[in-house]
Design a binder for this molecule. Structure first.
Ligand code: PMP
Length: 349
């Protein structure tokens, strides 16, 4: 039986079920709704025109790391590029987790931590946020140290809640936890606060960033990990040699140097977030969770019913069916027309 060769511990795993582009309005994946101006598109085409497709890409992705270093104001030697920050979560898991090691994650938090921890042979230990999705940091630190976990993953701002943990508390966590602390700042640009400046101060800190959200480069797959020399040296042992393809490296480098466009896109998304929030506040019987991201999470009486209506209208939002997020909907900020249409449908249901 071919099944005898399969991994027993993956028996109940489901392949990641990402939606294809079959909806009129996509407000489910926390992508940017913006497109680049034609001049920038021309520039990108020009940059890849004479590509040496027969050659392997730069294994250290040094040019794009330099561009990101300038953008994030860190030393480029502190960076590792990944095929999306997703890959960097996997590399981190593979680099530090031995079979049976415990790793702490929050609930709710980004679902892929759980998957990559298990794939690496680790045991996820879940620490619940409270009813309002707030963190009791002292209790978390106690649990981390009592359980003797190796790694702690935290997204800040949190996906899917949109909530944040203050810098002061993050520092308490880094200082108090006897483990490697990964702060995933995928949504940093919509919050504006970071701990990336502390990577050389603390020996146990890793910061993750992505170009999939504020930069509007989800299709390219590029993310960055920032840390100190000692941790980076370990992480490099688990990195696939040519993980970032040459087209991605080149295009991302050009885009990362267009700080004016990036900043004006962030501003536009934040304005639309405000518009969406204002509209939501005028609707009765919904709970709105505070957001510092490019999405808003709300709780309704019957998310399944509401979601069905949206799907009929060709609008895709993220609907949570079970667990702590039951009856929650996560709505990615869209364009003005998309936000208006979303609000119109929600008002009706
Ligand atoms: N971290 C968080 C918190 C996310 O929400 C996501 C994407 N949904 C990622 C990491 C992965 O992003 P990417 O692989 O596109 O960089």
């Amino acid at each position: 039986m071919i099944k005898n060769f399969f991994r027993e511990d993956l028996k109940d795993f489901k392949p990641y079920d990402a939606e294809k582009n079959e909806y009129r309005i996509r407000m489910d994946a926390n992508e940017s709704y913006l497109h680049f101006p034609d001049e920038l598109k021309e520039k990108l085409l020009e940059a890849v025109k004479d590509f040496a497709l027969n050659r392997y890409p730069d294994p250290t992705a040094s040019d794009v790391c330099r561009a990101y270093a300038d953008y994030a104001k860190v030393d480029f030697n502190s960076l590792m590029a990944g095929n999306g920050s997703d890959e960097l979560i996997q590399i981190t898991s593979n680099a530090f987790i031995n079979d049976g090691d415990k790793v702490m994650i929050l609930s709710p938090d980004f679902s892929m931590y759980n998957i990559y921890i298990k794939l690496a042979g680790g045991i996820p230990i879940v620490f619940d946020l409270d009813e309002d999705f707030k963190l009791n940091a002292e209790e978390l630190i106690d649990n981390v140290n009592r359980e003797e976990v190796k790694l702690l993953f935290i997204s800040n701002p949190n996906n899917p809640t949109g909530g944040v943990i203050s810098r002061e508390t993050i520092i308490k966590i880094i200082e108090g936890c006897n483990c490697i602390v990964v702060i995933d700042e995928a949504y940093y640009e919509f919050y504006g606060k970071t701990v990336i400046d502390l990577i050389d101060k603390y020996e146990n800190l890793i910061v993750l960033r992505t170009c999939s959200k504020a930069m509007g480069l989800a299709a390219l797959r590029v993310g960055f990990l920032a840390s100190n020399k000692i941790l980076l040296n370990e992480l490099r042992k688990a990195k696939p040699p040519y993980n970032l393809n040459a087209v991605t490296q080149t295009i991302a480098e050009v885009v990362l140097r267009e700080t004016e466009i990036i900043n004006s896109n962030i501003k536009a998304i934040l304005e639309e977030r405000e518009f969406l929030l204002q509209g939501l506040k005028e609707i009765e019987n919904i709970k709105i969770y505070p957001t510092n991201s490019n999405f808003v999470t709300i709780k309704v009486n019957d998310a399944e019913k509401v979601n069905k209506k949206f799907l009929e209208e060709g609008i895709k939002v993220r609907s949570f069916k079970a667990g702590r997020l039951k009856n929650c909907l996560r709505i990615t900020v869209g364009s003005r027309a998309e936000n208006e249409e979303f609000l119109k449908v929600l008002r009706r249901v």
